[in-house]
Design a binder for this molecule. Structure first.
Ligand code: PLP
Length: 394
């Protein structure tokens, strides 16, 4: 009798389409607007801080839940930007990116049979995260904007109907990948009310908290009345400091939850790279103009790509946060959005991500995602290629 050597869990999800599209892009030397990482250098001051830490021999394990300097820097940053009061000894776990943060948080709180509510489309990882943690996912639809001044939105009655006695967590991501949606005060208050009514935890991924446009302000769910005690906030250095390869993230949670999260984190990864934790501690203390410049530069990139895509004949939704744009597929005759994305790599030389990969069972969403965390020359090259593919005069 032959046994299945692969677990049911590992068999029940495929490889990441986002990372897969990056490989297809490399194979065809296409401009990669698929995966969400910057192609421009990180701030030299932050890089120097990492070099200094290595030279000072910060080269052994940091304490598993995070170097004291970094936990203190997180406390100061959360106070400065969000007005939060956190205890660095009891409410913070530093981990290997928000990716580990989400996984460790779910593994720490989910029991078999527990339900997790997830807005759909969702950041690709949340699908496997729920499977690996044993949660049964319940998806709630985010509907596309109806005009240039509206954002993606959920229907309150549909969200309320997803809550039941088995609901353990709701996963939120604001600003949101892939839609760029920002969850506004009224929406967060509605979610908070449901969490309190049903005794549910909120796990909120706020990795794009500093990438907001047109004067928008980030609202952290944990700051709403009655939410600190039932919110796990996942965040990280990847996007704010343009260091996705450093793998430094953190989890903020009340003491009791943090105790469970720290145990899971310890046995998953022991800890994030010690010298890079020191460098991120330094980075978090950079003056306000660093953060202002970050958002301003991304706003310019958003505007540049939005204009270029529209000129190329794509219908594109406007965004207020994160660093992605979603466009409708302008041509027919493709079996799926995945097929169109692969076609675009081969024929136009531009890599994107099919939006179906952000849904559970959506063979073709009719949409693709462009990432604009790229140098202006990269974006210009992509627009030129798209215009010439779409036969729009350059
Ligand atoms: N969460 C969201 C919503 C993301 O878009 C990404 C990366 O694209 C991550 C988490 C990954 O974060 P990290 O690099 O800290 O693991």
């Amino acid at each position: 009798m032959s046994k299945s050597l692969i677990s049911q869990k590992a068999s029940s999800f495929g490889e990441s389409v986002i990372r897969g599209m990056s490989r297809v892009a490399a194979a065809h030397q296409a401009v990669n607007l698929a995966q969400g990482f910057p192609d421009f250098p990180a701030d030299p001051r932050i890089k120097q801080a990492a070099v200094d830490a290595i030279q000072k021999d910060v080269n052994q394990y940091a304490i598993t839940w995070g170097a004291k300097n970094l936990r203190n820097a997180i406390v100061a940053k959360e106070k400065r930007f969000r007005g939060k009061e956190l205890d660095p000894e009891k409410e913070i776990t530093v981990c290997c990116g928000a990716t580990e943060g989400m996984m460790a948080a779910l593994l720490a709180v989910i029991d078999p049979g527990d339900e997790a509510i997830i807005f759909q489309p969702f950041y690709e990882n949340y699908g496997p995260d729920t499977i690996l943690s044993g949660a049964s996912p319940r998806y709630v639809t985010l509907y596309p904007p109806t005009s240039d001044s509206t954002d993606w939105s959920f229907k309150e009655d549909e969200l309320a109907a997803a809550f039941n006695p088995k609901t353990k967590v709701i996963v939120i991501n604001t600003p949101h990948n892939p839609t760029g949606k920002i969850f506004r005060q009224k929406e967060l208050e509605f979610i908070a009310g449901l969490c309190q009514k049903w005794d549910v935890l909120a796990v909120t991924d706020e990795i794009y908290e500093h990438i907001l446009y047109d004067g928008e302000k980030h609202i952290s769910l944990a700051t709403l009345p009655g939410m600190k005690e039932r919110t796990i906030t996942v965040n990280g250095a990847s996007k704010t400091f343009s260091v996705t390869g450093w793998r430094v993230g953190y989890i903020l949670a009340p003491e009791k939850l943090t105790q469970a999260i720290r145990k899971v984190h310890d046995f998953l990864t022991v800890g994030a790279a010690a010298p890079l934790q020191e460098a991120i501690a330094f980075a978090m203390g950079l003056p306000d103009d660093f953060y202002f410049h970050l958002a301003a530069e991304y706003q310019k990139k958003r505007d540049f790509l939005l204009k270029g895509l529209r000129e190329s004949g794509f219908s594109v939704f406007k965004t207020w946060g994160a660093y992605y744009l979603i466009a409708k597929i302008p041509e027919s005759g493709f079996k799926s959005d995945y097929d169109y994305s692969v076609h675009l790599v081969k024929e136009a030389g531009v890599a994107t991500v099919p939006i179906s990969s952000f849904y559970l069972n959506e063979p073709s969403s009719g949409m693709i995602r462009f990432c604009y965390a790229k140098k202006e020359e990269t974006l210009s090259k992509a627009i030129e290629k798209l215009k010439s593919y779409r036969k729009v005069s350059v």
